[in-house]
Write a protein that binds this ligand. Structure first.
Ligand SMILES: Cc1cn([C@H]2C[C@H](O)[C@@H](COP(=O)(O)OP(=O)(O)OP(=O)(O)O)O2)c(=O)[nH]c1=O
Length: 192
């Protein structure tokens, strides 16, 4: 049995390390992440995660883990910004409001798939133009859903959350540990 992290996200690798899990291989999924017409954030996040876990090459006894983090502003999906202009647009849209961060996690072993969707709420304080410009200059928004990362400088913009901090960062650890145990990963035991 090999454990495969089906993610190119360095955050997910770090979060797994918090569980004491070191992947035998890392394979980044390469799928089309374009939302379907009219698709809502939660079904979108769940579908993309399922697609990711199906797309990773693995032997039948291997365990593969994939995840997707989606920022949802009402019915709107805020994905990874395409540039600083779009990042500024997202930050203006999030300013002074609450939004949801959904992280879906899936583990697969052969034909068996276990999946959990974890929804958290995040409040962003009202942001001034100078706060937004200063944050854009850090480039910390690059590659982050919704154009921010709570674990970086944008943490100063977030007075309140409800839900899973690790889920917002990219991998909800409590649910991930349960999924790994459910699929037969020897978590908290000597690997055999
Ligand atoms: C909201 C938020 C997102 N993020 C990150 C987590 C994810 O890496 C990224 C969302 O993109 P994802 O598409 O979930 O993941 P990814 O493309 O980085 O990696 P892969 O598909 O290979 O697994 O946003 C943070 O790091 N902090 C945050 O506060």
């Amino acid at each position: 049995m090999a454990f495969i992290l089906g993610s190119g996200s360095p955050r997910r690798l770090d979060l797994l390390a918090q569980l004491g899990v070191q992947p035998d291989a890392i394979r980044a999924p390469d799928i089309d992440e374009t939302p379907l017409k009219g698709e809502l954030p939660a079904p979108y996040c769940s579908r993309i995660t399922r697609q990711k876990v199906h797309s990773i090459q693995a032997d039948s006894d291997d365990i593969t883990l994939c995840a997707d983090t989606t920022v949802a502003l009402g019915r709107r999906i805020l994905g990874k910004p395409e540039g600083a202009g779009q990042a500024a647009e997202f930050l203006h849209a999030l300013s002074g409001r609450r939004h949801r961060v959904i992280t879906s996690v899936a583990v697969r072993r052969g034909d068996k798939i276990l999946q959990r969707d974890v929804v958290s709420q995040v409040k962003v304080k009202r942001l001034s133009d100078s706060e937004i410009y200063a944050y854009l200059a850090t480039e910390d928004w690059e590659g982050k859903a919704g154009a921010y990362a709570i674990q970086g400088p944008a943490g100063a913009f977030i007075p309140w959350i409800s839900g899973s901090f690790t889920g917002i960062v990219g991998l909800p650890l409590s649910e991930t540990a349960a999924l790994l145990q459910g699929i037969g990963y020897p978590l908290y035991r000597e690997a055999s």
